[in-house]
Design a protein around this ligand. Structure first.
Ligand code: FMN
Length: 176
């Protein structure tokens, strides 16, 4: 799949079939993730692959009831837990770059998943302590995000994006 096709076609998927995800495909996705750029190439990210139903349910329990992806975590055949060590990345002007490093790797994984016909959904609204406990994640690692991974049961229509004129300036702030 062409990169632009993947960028256009990816959606946040919140309903999954029970079709399994093979280890071979999973390896491809994790390889795509590890190719991401990172602060000083420190690669502060770690990924936990969860297939056990009981553990997926524990992870789902870390989401508040209002989170629209809660059900998907127990439904999808795989959940990926994105962790990162803040001390292994950089900090400049009060900005913690471990979130950026981890986010870039996860997004590469998600685009590769889409190219393989699989769905994902960023989940960042969850209680970290519960997710940490579910997968025994040690400090100083932070649990940055989760995603379900599996075959989409339905494909939502695209969500709107702001016009470029609203988000792009030329030379100086405000020059549309
Ligand atoms: C950092 C981040 C956190 C997100 N957290 C959640 C979440 O907790 N639950 C959820 O259902 N979707 C979550 N999303 C998905 C967004 O709602 C979704 O990307 C957005 O509505 C655009 O839809 P699209 O991904 O289908 O283009 C998150 C996305 C990002 C980038």
């Amino acid at each position: 799949m062409d990169l632009y096709e993947a960028l256009e076609g990816r959606r946040s998927i919140r309903r999954y079939t029970t079709d399994p995800v093979s280890d071979a495909v999973l390896q491809k996705l994790l390889h795509a993730a590890r190719l991401a750029p990172s602060w000083s190439n420190k690669q502060c990210w770690r990924f936990i692959i969860v297939r056990e139903q009981s553990r997926k349910k524990k992870l789902a329990a870390s989401l508040p009831d209002g989170n629209p992806c809660k059900r998907a975590l127990a439904e999808a055949p795989v959940v990926i837990v994105l962790c990162a060590d803040p001390q292994a990345s950089g900090r400049a002007d009060g900005k913690d770059y471990y979130l950026l490093d981890a986010g870039l790797a996860m997004q590469q994984l998600m685009l590769a998943a889409h190219a393989e016909g699989l769905g994902t959904c960023w989940v960042a609204w969850f209680e970290e302590a519960t997710a940490r406990e579910a997968c025994q994640v040690p400090l100083p690692y932070r649990v940055v995000a989760l995603t379900p991974l599996g075959v989409p049961a339905r494909r939502p229509s695209p969500r709107p994006r702001k016009e470029l004129g609203e988000i792009v300036f030329h030379e100086e702030w405000g020059n549309a």
